[in-house]
Ligand binder design. Structure first.
Ligand SMILES: CC(C)(COP(=O)(O)OP(=O)(O)OC[C@H]1O[C@@H](n2cnc3c(N)ncnc32)[C@H](O)[C@@H]1OP(=O)(O)O)[C@@H](O)C(=O)NCCC(=O)NCCS
Length: 182
């Protein structure tokens, strides 16, 4: 089923909007940074073609309703500073996973929390989901702090289905129910 394309979401400092072909170079800078990708579930990208393929995939997924992958843009400058996504959206069980990343120089300003609050509102109010989950490397302190600040609760731990820098990882599963969203 073809979904309605959601309009951009504006917050105090940010704009969350669909990814477009003009974002490929900025995405490569983000997903190509080894510091940013240290806890991610795949190796840093090395080619523009990988970024272009991700944009194509993101636009396809938003149309078929399986994911909502958005650019995080600074309203003041128009700079793309990160991305956030609801993925594995499962309307029948009303759940989805959440993912996010910011360029290294933009850590520590509250941008991720600001973006995720808006994305969670979209998930609970517009998409009418009940349950959002996050899988996070147990060593990813910044991400765990962010999830806990947003009200996510620790649910369980397990061996990841992916490797981080060729090492098997333990991941923690966090979840936020609509009824617990602040
Ligand atoms: C996970 C990640 C997005 C968190 O970024 P972050 O900058 O720590 O998170 P926020 O943008 O919400 O900023 C919060 C920090 O900014 C500080 N801050 C400064 N100004 C702020 C403001 N105006 N409002 C809120 N917080 C502010 C907070 O005190 C907090 O610092 P602390 O964590 O030391 O307590 C970032 O570390 C990242 O991109 N990591 C790499 C990708 C990744 O691992 N993603 C998660 C995979 S599961």
């Amino acid at each position: 089923m073809q979904r309605r394309i959601p309009p951009p979401i504006q917050t105090e400092r940010l704009l969350l909007r669909l990814l477009g072909s003009g974002d490929a170079a900025a995405l490569l800078a983000l997903y190509g940074d080894g510091d940013v990708m240290r806890h991610w579930n795949h190796r840093p990208w090395t080619t523009l073609a990988q970024a272009q393929a991700a944009v194509t995939e993101a636009r396809r997924d938003v149309r078929n309703g399986s994911a909502l992958h958005l650019a995080i843009v600074l309203r003041a400058s128009g700079e793309l500073i990160g991305s956030c996504a609801l993925y594995d959206i499962h309307p029948a069980t009303r759940r989805a996973l959440v993912g996010y990343l910011l360029a290294r120089r933009h850590w520590g300003h509250g941008y991720a929390a600001e973006a995720l609050r808006a994305l969670l509102a979209q998930a609970f109010l517009e998409l009418e989901l009940d349950w959002i989950e996050a899988e996070v490397d147990r060593d990813n302190d910044a991400s765990i702090r962010l999830l806990e600040r947003l009200g996510f609760l620790h649910r369980s731990e397990r061996r990841a289905q992916w490797m981080v820098m060729d090492q098997p990882q333990e991941v923690a599963l966090y979840a936020l129910a609509r009824s617990n969203c602040p």
